[in-house]
Design a protein around this ligand. Structure first.
Ligand code: NI
Length: 406
């Protein structure tokens, strides 16, 4: 689906430092050409390490597999703020005609993580240029495996990436908005997501002519599926967004044999964790009760639940003001409704305050394809702008924090 909203032309935007922009664009294109899937970002991590080392930074030892951090110290000691980028690509075969398109068949940076890493490098460069102006440390995190489960953020936290950090910021590209615009939301930005699987079994498989002599697992599974679809909004407060989608339904081979096993699964997504916990329990009970009523064995399995990204008030205010001050009041847009998608930045926000900013990245037909589309691409004008914004946000965070302490 492609949005039809009018987009600001990139020519209207303030001109960034051309050398800085060229440096970022070159890095982004190189990362884009060599996408790697979650926890396999070896070449990507090495390229980032080389890029940073050539410019005088000192990347940490590897953490969480391919991840690492870079600390940029201000001239005086003080608090620490973090900025996070994700490194992995998706198992999608790129369909763009871009000269920098993926050279790896079946892998593509279709979620803009190439841009996120590039912006993080830009934040490091800009933070260091201004180190005389702040007390404390800007820590830039390069995190593996945002797209897979279990994902990279908990592993980074486990490895100590947040130790001593008082708040964390990040961006996500947004092809539904024009380049030069930044989206902000206090509270939930994404939904909590629980993947699930329901298995219906019986030893009494049988002839399609006489289902009453068997246990019809296909019929029982479809009764359960129907019931599950009706739960959001019937047993939960309709004002609290929840969506259950079944994406897989498997069972049977022959057209005249009732199979002994049927499995289906999908995702349950809710903006608030309480609703999700309640529905998870209801799904177990409803599936179990229907299985018992029709004499089938039913198992319900939930994978790891990804929490919602919940942005904190103070951090959103700071980032919104920075966007307005740098790029004008038109640049900062409130986001009315949370996305029902998921983002593992949520794990950091369970530990410390922070804010994820949506970065408009569209300027024409080639850059309006949605995230995870085989033709996804972005207007590279977003790179230097996002780097300037997020370096400014980190800088302001440290200054605010230091003045609170003194
Ligand atoms: Ni993403």
């Amino acid at each position: 689906m492609i949005a039809d909203a009018p987009l600001a032309s990139p020519a209207d935007l303030p001109a960034p430092d051309p050398a800085f922009r060229a440096d970022l664009v070159a890095l982004r294109r190189e990362l884009h050409q060599h996408p790697e899937l979650g926890f396999q970002e070896h070449r990507t991590a090495q390229r980032l390490r080389d890029w940073l080392t050539e410019r005088g930074f000192e990347p940490s030892a590897p953490m969480a597999g391919t991840g690492f951090v870079v600390d940029i110290h201000g001239d005086r000691p003080g608090p620490m703020v973090a900025y996070r980028a994700d490194m992995d690509a998706l198992p999608i075969h790129e369909a763009t005609d871009a000269p920098y398109r993926s050279l790896t068949p079946g892998a593509m940076h279709a979620c803009g993580h190439d841009a996120h890493m590039t912006v993080a490098c830009g934040v490091a460069v800009l933070a260091r240029e201004r180190r005389a102006e702040f007390a404390g440390t800007v820590r830039v995190l390069f995190q593996p495996a945002e797209e897979v489960s279990p994902s990279g953020a908990p592993a980074m936290i486990q490895a100590g990436a947040l130790s001593g950090v008082e708040a964390i910021y990040a961006i996500h590209m947004d092809p539904s908005q024009a380049v030069g615009r930044f989206g902000f939301r206090v509270g939930s930005l994404t939904a909590a997501c629980a993947p699930f699987r329901v298995t219906v079994r019986s030893e009494r498989s049988g002839h399609s002519a006489r289902p009453h002599e068997a246990v019809d697992t296909v019929w029982v599974a479809s009764q359960i599926a129907n019931e599950l679809y009706q739960l959001p909004g019937r047993v939960t407060d309709a004002r609290k967004a929840a969506v259950l989608t079944i994406c897989r339904f498997r069972g049977g081979d022959a057209l005249n044999v009732i199979p002994s096993e049927v499995e289906f699964g999908g995702t349950l997504r809710c903006v608030d964790g309480e609703t999700l916990g309640f529905l998870r329990e209801k799904i177990r009970r409803v599936a179990g009760a229907l299985g018992a009523a029709y004499k089938a064995d039913v198992d319900v399995d939930f994978d790891i639940t990804l929490p919602a990204v919940v942005n904190t008030t103070e951090e959103v205010r700071r980032a919104t003001e920075a966007a307005t001050d740098l790029f004008g009041p038109e640049a900062a847009m409130p986001i009315q409704l949370p996305s029902m998608g998921g983002e593992d930045f949520a794990y950091y926000l369970q530990e410390i305050p922070g804010c994820m900013v949506r970065v408009g990245s569209a300027s024409g037909p080639d850059t309006r394809y949605p995230l995870h589309h085989a033709r996804f691409d972005l207007d590279e004008g977003a790179l230097p702008m996002a780097a300037r914004l997020m370096a400014e946000v980190c800088h302001r965070h440290l200054n605010d924090s230091s003045s609170r302490r003194s």
